[in-house]
Write a protein that binds this ligand. Structure first.
Ligand code: URA
Length: 200
């Protein structure tokens, strides 16, 4: 798909998300947070849901977790312009509570379209919710994130071969410093990926 076509599809999706009322989160949101980044990104990161700052500004990962995320990207020489960053939910759950199964069910058609259109080679999941969804979507045996974090799992999908990289959510590093080291270590897989894809 050409960049122009991708842009048209992603902009259409953005406006559909902006007026979405598929679940009750539309009643409490300030802004929707569809996600952003390079439409030709080789790596897509999927977080959980917008928090307070993201809801206020309509952008993903701009609060405390976002600072950790930027540090992790920087540690492997990546910038936000080279990746696509989004969440499993496009609206903030009140008081940052966990996403409900019904909300995930209502929202994942948006993520599915993003994956199909952007067509990344690597899908990195941040935290339990996106990991569970992506494992189920690609028929991978569900495992606890503590057992699989940092692994690179190859899957053949309807739209080609993909690598799935499950990771802890950056929020864990805001209250547990040893988890920051685990995340930094896990992010090294992207260094290897970048080495292999020099033109990236
Ligand atoms: N946590 C997430 O999972 N996503 C955001 O955008 C912000 C915090």
């Amino acid at each position: 798909m050409s960049r122009e076509e991708k842009k048209t599809r992603i902009e259409k999706l953005r406006s559909e998300i902006a007026s979405c009322k598929r679940c009750s989160l539309h009643k409490t949101r300030t802004h929707t947070v569809p996600g952003e980044g390079d439409l030709n990104a080789k790596i897509m990161f999927i977080g959980e849901a917008p928090g307070k700052n993201e809801d206020l500004q309509g952008k993903p990962f701009i609060g405390r977790s976002g600072k950790v995320f930027d540090k992790l990207l920087e540690s492997v020489g990546l910038t936000r312009n080279q990746i696509f960053l989004c969440n499993i939910l496009k609206c903030r759950p009140p008081d940052n509570r966990n996403p409900l199964a019904t909300e995930i069910h209502a929202c994942t058609r948006n993520l599915d379209i993003q994956i199909k259109v952007i067509d990344p080679q690597v899908i990195a999941t941040l935290g339990n919710f996106s990991t569970t969804y992506i494992f189920q979507k690609f028929n991978l045996a569900l495992e606890k994130i503590s057992a699989v974090h940092g692994q690179v799992i190859g899957v053949d999908t309807a739209f080609g071969h993909k690598k799935i990289v499950p990771l802890f959510h950056p929020a864990v590093a805001t209250y547990n410093n040893s988890k920051l080291n685990v995340l930094l270590n896990d992010f090294c897989v992207f260094k290897q990926f970048l080495e292999k894809n020099k033109s990236f």
